[in-house]
Design a protein around this ligand. Sequence first.
Ligand SMILES: Nc1ncnc2c1ncn2[C@@H]1O[C@H](COP(=O)(O)OP(=O)(O)OP(=O)(O)O)[C@@H](O)[C@H]1O
Ligand SMILES: [Mg+2]
Length: 258
Amino acid sequence: MESFIEFIDVNLEFNGKPILSGISFKVCKPELVLILGPNGAGKTTLLRLIVGMLKPSSGFVRVLGRDPHRDRSTRRLIGYVPQRERIDPSIPMLVKDVILMGRLLSKQLPRIVTYKDEEEALNIASKLGIDDLWYESYSHLSGGEQQRVLIARALASDPRILLLDEPFSAIDASSMKHIVDTVYEEYRRGVCMMVVLHDATPLMEHATKILLLNKRLIAFGDPDTVLREDLLKETYMRTIHFYVRDGTRFMGGVDSHA
Ligand SMILES: Nc1ncnc2c1ncn2[C@@H]1O[C@H](COP(=O)(O)OP(=O)(O)OP(=O)(O)O)[C@@H](O)[C@H]1O
Ligand SMILES: [Mg+2]
């Protein structure tokens, strides 16, 4: 069976400096993967390798059986919401235009918006709680609203894989709930989700796999086997406390000294 994402001994260097070393893992079916690691661990770089924006210095990346860097058509199967994305505020775009852009890019030529496209895009917006912003100017929205519009745009292309890089930065509790529910629902529909997080708590109860990264792969597997204090200490190089309340695992404080 064709795997969703596979890394085989991937190394990546920038100007001779190793950023990722010896990364191997395989996501065989749709999973909800959380990627955890400290600043500079290479989390964003790992996502950019999956999208095909970067090429490994050595080793292989396979996405749905293809090399995403060489085979640019793979890009259409992936929704990617980067950590920081700016849409030029001088370009006047309505929220509906931004979301429909995702829908259009996934279509063959001629790219024409149909009534059905608009209906489906609006449906995605309502799941994320931004349907009432449909005719608003994108550049006038708050950071959290813009973040949800960008997630809606990625989903509108009906991807098989969705990559979210820190979707909860600048997000209040109600926006976070919309995103958590949407992420889980998309995973249940069969979309393979990879989510980079600093605090895993909001998605912990839904995660099916955890990937611990710090330039090399510290661990990849089921939450129960990976969320061990020794592996987290190896990842963050300091002690991370865990606590469980009502069956949910929370990431606790970080000791300032190991
Ligand atoms: N285009 C680039 N050229 C040179 N170095 C880069 C480039 N992109 C990333 N790096 C370096 O690679 C390392 C990993 O960066 P990356 O952005 O992947 O980390 P991250 O885990 O996403 O960190 P954060 O939690 O801060 O977002 C950093 O040391 C960064 O400076
Ligand atoms: Mg990053």
